[in-house]
Write a protein that binds this ligand. Structure first.
Ligand code: PLP
Length: 424
């Protein structure tokens, strides 16, 4: 699609450029210092979980269904936390493990394990000439970092409105046994906010792939709805089991964006065989996770209904911020051809795409105007966005007023860069 600037004659374009440059200079003079880079809740939003901290005191009962949480033992997690993990992931409780605070840490541990020892019955990935990993893009940079760090070749697959491009995923996996896995954020994906369709989930669970192919099913935003029409995700574990692929899916999630980022509890869930095998390897380096934190969490959030009620409080903070993004982008860019963006029903991000070759320049111009964005390219493996279009907007941390100002700056930067590109 042509931008409005590409449709102008030279005189009109030069006038537009002069006007936009003047506006940019005015913003620079304001000395703004705003941040739209961080995918984390605002301080006030985090505060809604503070009552949890009062639930454990020196006089509290520190047992959970007969398990003493104040001592070693119960490696797989306390009963109430495993039940919650099961409800959360869509698995029986005994097919889950509840660990420390970070799901990313679990993903890394499991992939290092397969790298060194192999999926049971198969060659360790480190001993193979070539190992590749599918990375839906735009996607989550920290996922890509785990495989890149191991020396695995990240292969981008374009995200669509219904999830990763499944024709491409199926074609690649059927043809190439060196593809050993794939990252998926199936609900309110980071950063596009889309939820995988039932058809996508079914194809991922049933498609032909290497026997030691594994999908990291990172349901980080499983309950992070902020509209009255939340997206619904099919149960991948059921579909994979029916297709005889139950070992394929490695489920993870955490309460990082439910209670306290970095101080929540993290879940792993998979087939009974995988859970047993992964537990045995993790047990080598851990006697038991922080069960007092697990206990505090399940006293605060005993089941999924309690989690959903808590998430409705989070939504109060998120809704106006996401509405602000939509309003500002619509007001500033609708009909200009200078950008498209996602309209999520939940999660933490909006994905913005500008004209080809614009994203890095928009990021740099926003920085000059005092607005920090997630570095352009970060949403692609190796930081390499092939068309340099994508910008991840993280609207959750700033106040609505700050966000509104930051979005005015983003809109202005997109317009000026689009006009410059039209002139080149
Ligand atoms: N997975 C996704 C998709 C995320 O967006 C994030 C944080 O932004 C994480 C995992 C990190 O989770 P944790 O704090 O459990 O390591």
């Amino acid at each position: 699609m042509q931008t409005m600037y590409e449709q102008m004659d030279t005189a009109a374009l030069d006038a537009a450029l002069a006007d936009l440059t003047r506006q940019v200079d005015e913003v620079k003079a304001k000395g703004l210092k705003l941040d739209m880079a961080r995918g984390k809740p605002s301080p006030a939003q985090v505060d809604i979980s503070r009552p949890m901290l009062d639930l454990l005191s020196s006089g509290a009962d520190l047992t959970d269904e007969g398990v003493d949480c104040s001592n070693y033992g119960c490696f797989e997690g306390i009963p109430s936390a495993r039940r919650l993990a099961g409800e959360f992931l869509g698995l029986p409780a005994d097919q889950t493990i509840v660990l420390g605070s970070s799901s990313l840490n679990i993903m890394q541990s499991v992939l290092i394990h397969y790298w060194e020892k192999g999926v049971p019955g198969y060659t360790p990935w480190s001993k193979l000439d070539r190992v590749k990993w599918l990375c839906p893009a735009p996607g989550y940079d920290r996922h890509f970092g785990i495989t890149q760090d191991l020396g695995i070749e990240n292969v981008p697959v374009r995200m669509t409105e219904t999830g990763p491009d499944m024709d491409e995923v199926e074609r690649l996996c059927a043809a190439d046994d060196s593809i050993k896995g794939m990252f998926c954020v199936p609900k309110y994906s980071n950063p596009t906010g889309i939820t995988y369709s039932d058809e996508t989930v079914r194809r991922l669970a049933t498609m032909k792939a290497a026997p030691d192919f594994r999908i990291v099913w990172d349901n980080a935003y499983a309950v992070h709805d902020f509209t009255d029409t939340p997206d619904v995700l099919a149960n991948v574990f059921d579909l994979a089991r029916e297709a005889g692929n139950e070992d394929r899916i490695l489920g993870v999630a955490s309460t990082s964006k439910i209670t306290f980022p970095g101080a929540g509890i993290a879940f792993f869930g998979s087939s009974a065989a995988n859970v047993g095998e992964v537990a045995n390897t993790l047990k080598v380096g851990l006697i038991s996770a922080n069960k007092l934190n697990q206990l505090m969490h399940t006293r605060f959030l005993p089941d999924l209904d309690a989690v959903r009620a808590h998430m409705r409080k989070h939504a109060e903070f998120l809704r106006p911020r996401f509405a602000c993004v939509e309003e500002k982008l619509e007001e500033g860019l609708a009909g200009t051809g200078c950008g498209t963006w996602s309209h999520p029903h939940g999660g933490y991000f909006v994905s913005f795409d500008g004209p080809e070759g614009s994203a890095k320049r928009v990021g740099a111009l926003c920085a000059e105007m005092g607005v920090k964005l997630t570095p352009a390219g970060a949403t692609w493996p190796g930081g390499n966005d092939p068309h340099d279009t994508n910008i991840r907007i993280a609207p959750t941390y700033p106040s609505v007023e700050e966000l509104s100002e930051a979005l005015d700056v983003l809109v202005l930067a997109v317009k000026l860069v689009s006009a410059q590109l039209a002139r080149e």
